[in-house]
Design a protein around this ligand. Structure first.
Ligand code: PLP
Length: 449
């Protein structure tokens, strides 16, 4: 059979509410044309993020019932620890309330003024946590990542030659760690090959620098490797993931992505001295090292999710269904970041709406129009989010895991194509008010006519 179906059936449902175009227009005006300021109940299909929005399985809900809520030494922690050790092989597993808490602790103990951290591309919280500890976050994406239309198999890779040059010029002593983000979220959800992780590891080890993974979407990355990197075609997703982790000396992880959890994360390391410092800081801000700011039931959900996510049927469906959305809109002439990524499709709004300059936010204009037309929420990743550092004007459609069915995605395709058919009518926006930082969350706009 060629048809790929959702490898689950639905036992518990949440109603979705249609509202009228007039209501949506009123809601947009009230929210200052910022979709973060629209209530979830007024959204029909929510593609704002894939983080913390997964549907949990019966296995996860059942495990949550046995959550051990002891303050210290909870059974649930040991179940999570065993699951993480089995997958990653790391010596120290430190739970945190979400990914950025792991980042904050890691960069607090390793960074400081004068230090710098290379990454294929820092996610925004990763960059912010490096910089808030006085260090410099350096992005080293591979050259083909710059061309949204190039169709390379591993556009998430790090530029290894650029890493060598950076270490030469800055000196290894100033680089506490090298990080690779899998998949590369800010770079279009593109995967990183095992060959690239090996090459980065070889360079880093030669200079005595540890390698860390920002492993949020490790399973999606493993599936791309299985599909696209010849030596691994017969491996299981778990074997590939294990190999990825064993090349690293530690990781940060947001369980809100590839662990199907609604909250949680962890920090891992093989460095005993660092682990002590990290646990001291954890106690100060997150909690005791056997719960790290999470309930025992959360630890259970993560432990089960880490196993479920490596199921080949799930990963095949996940990657193919994201691609389905991308191919259907790109096939009808909507420019997307090619090839489709793992967790999201990124429309190149700059190309789609060439009549709207970057300073009039084409990505945001498209996000507003998609909501106005069909009640779909997406997010701008361009000049609004990054100011004059933006390299592209993108609109991200992130797909929550196990939440929407194919007919929901067909609805999204239809809506995008209808909007595309009259794209010349779409107008840009002007900012009316904005906060001093992270303005995309709360800025208010005026539509231009
Ligand atoms: C690549 C990457 N790193 C780190 C994070 C931060 O994780 P959290 O939202 O759990 O703090 C995210 C979240 O979207 C991410 O995509």
């Amino acid at each position: 059979m060629k048809t790929i179906i959702e490898p689950f059936r639905i036992k518990s449902v949440e109603p979705l509410h249609h509202n009228s175009r007039e209501e949506r227009e009123r809601l947009l005006e009230r929210a200052g044309y910022n979709l973060f300021l629209i209530d979830a109940k007024d959204i029909l299909i929510d593609l704002l993020t894939d983080s913390g929005t997964s549907a949990m399985s019966t296995g996860q809900w059942a495990a949550m019932m046995r959550g051990d809520e002891s303050y210290a030494g909870s059974e649930s922690f040991y179940r999570l620890k065993r699951a993480v050790e089995d997958l990653t092989g790391f010596r120290h597993v430190i739970p945190t309330h979400q990914g950025r808490a792991a980042e904050r602790i890691l960069f607090h103990v390793t960074c400081g003024p004068g230090k710098l951290v290379p990454n294929n591309t820092h996610f925004d919280t990763t960059r912010a946590n490096v910089e808030s500890n006085g260090a410099r976050a350096v992005d080293l994406p591979c050259p083909e990542a710059a061309d949204t239309q190039a169709r390379g198999p591993f556009k998430g890779n790090m530029d290894v030659a650029a890493l060598e040059r950076l270490i030469e010029t800055e000196g290894a002593a100033r680089i506490p760690l090298v990080m690779i983000t899998v998949t590369n979220n800010s770079g279009g959800g593109q995967p990183v090959s095992l060959a690239n992780i090996e090459a980065v590891k070889a360079v880093a080890s030669r200079h005595g620098i540890p390698l860390y993974l920002d492993a949020c979407r490790f399973a999606e990355n493993a599936w791309f490797i299985l599909q696209r990197e010849a030596p691994y075609a017969d491996w299981t997703p778990k074997q590939i993931a294990q190999k990825m982790f064993r090349l690293a000396d530690g990781c940060t992880f947001s369980a809100k992505k590839d662990a199907f959890a609604n909250i949680g994360g962890f920090l891992c390391t093989n460095d005993d001295r660092l682990a002590e410092l990290e646990k001291d800081l954890l106690i100060l801000t997150e909690g005791f090292p056997t719960y790290g700011g999470l309930a025992g039931r959360d630890l259970e959900a993560i432990a089960v999710g880490l196993e479920e996510v490596l199921d080949a049927d799930y990963l095949r469906y996940r990657i193919v269904s994201t691609e389905y959305l991308g191919r259907h809109i790109a096939g009808a002439g909507v420019p997307i970041v090619e090839p489709p990524g793992g967790h999201a499709i990124y429309i190149d709004a700059g190309r789609m709406l060439p009549h709207i300059p970057g300073r009039r936010f084409p990505g945001q204009a498209l996000a507003v129009e998609l909501y106005r037309h069909a009640g779909i929420r997406s997010v701008e990743i361009g000049s609004l989010m990054f100011g004059d550092k933006a390299q592209h004007e993108l609109l991200r459609l992130a797909i929550p895991r196990r939440v929407y069915t194919q007919s929901h995605i067909d609805y999204v395709v239809e809506a995008i194509l209808e909007v595309n058919a009259r794209k010349e009518e779409i107008r840009g926006l002007e900012i009316v008010s904005e906060p001093p930082f992270l303005r995309h969350f709360s800025a208010r706009f005026r539509m231009l006519h």
